[in-house]
Design a protein around this ligand. Structure first.
Ligand SMILES: [Zn+2]
Length: 200
């Protein structure tokens, strides 16, 4: 766009690539940086790098963490016999906010989606199958989209010879909606009244 200094336009272009930031907001953020003290900009740039350099995946549950294993995995007060399976780390945060779940998690890192070329091997499914042998209950907290159903079906099939009890969230979660956008009370109720799946 003419009239905008190239460095400002470049920053706005980069910001617009982030989720939830449209072109207009990106330009507004870029402009607002002009009025901030240089120290703030340095802190911001460093915060970006710190996230990139320090946040990694927990080797046990695949949740984001700065320690290995993550705080949830190494918390002795969490029930190790129950694992809640979620699509991504945002879902862990949403469930933790309800404070009703006291087990541990497993973050798949996405859902099986043949259309997008995502198969079981692209997700953290193999480590989950190994963990499932040591636990009592596995709770699917995955939305019932086509990809969600496909992913749960695949995992259930792979666990057909495993004695683990499998349950899923009670009704109330809108089909296809991300857990992070479901209100706390609905999510808490769905977790507390989860339904056990009888052998297929
Ligand atoms: Zn962990």
């Amino acid at each position: 766009m003419s009239g905008i200094p190239p460095s400002l336009e470049k920053l706005a272009e980069l910001m617009a690539k982030f989720p939830g930031i449209g072109r207009k907001s990106a330009r507004r953020i870029a402009f607002s940086l002009l009025d901030r003290p240089r120290e703030d900009i340095i802190l911001l740039a460093r915060a970006f790098l710190d996230v990139k350099d320090n946040v990694r995946r927990c080797p046990v549950c695949n949740h984001i963490t700065e320690s290995e294993p993550c705080d949830i995995c190494q918390n002795p007060r969490r029930d190790s016999s129950v694992i809640c399976v979620v699509k991504d780390s945002m879902d862990v945060l949403a469930i933790e906010k309800t404070t009703v779940f006291h087990g541990k998690y497993h973050v798949l890192g996405g859902l099986i989606s043949p259309l997008n070329g995502i198969g079981p091997d692209d997700l953290s499914i193999e480590p989950l199958l190994i963990r499932a042998k040591e636990i009592h209950e596995l709770v699917f907290a995955i939305n019932s989209s086509v990809e969600g159903e496909m992913t749960m079906h695949y995992i259930r099939k792979m666990l057909s010879n495993c004695p683990v009890s499998i349950s899923y969230l009670a009704r109330g979660i809108p089909i296809g909606s991300d857990l992070e956008f479901v209100d706390d009370a609905t999510l808490a109720r769905a977790l507390q009244s989860r339904i056990e799946l009888k052998g297929e």
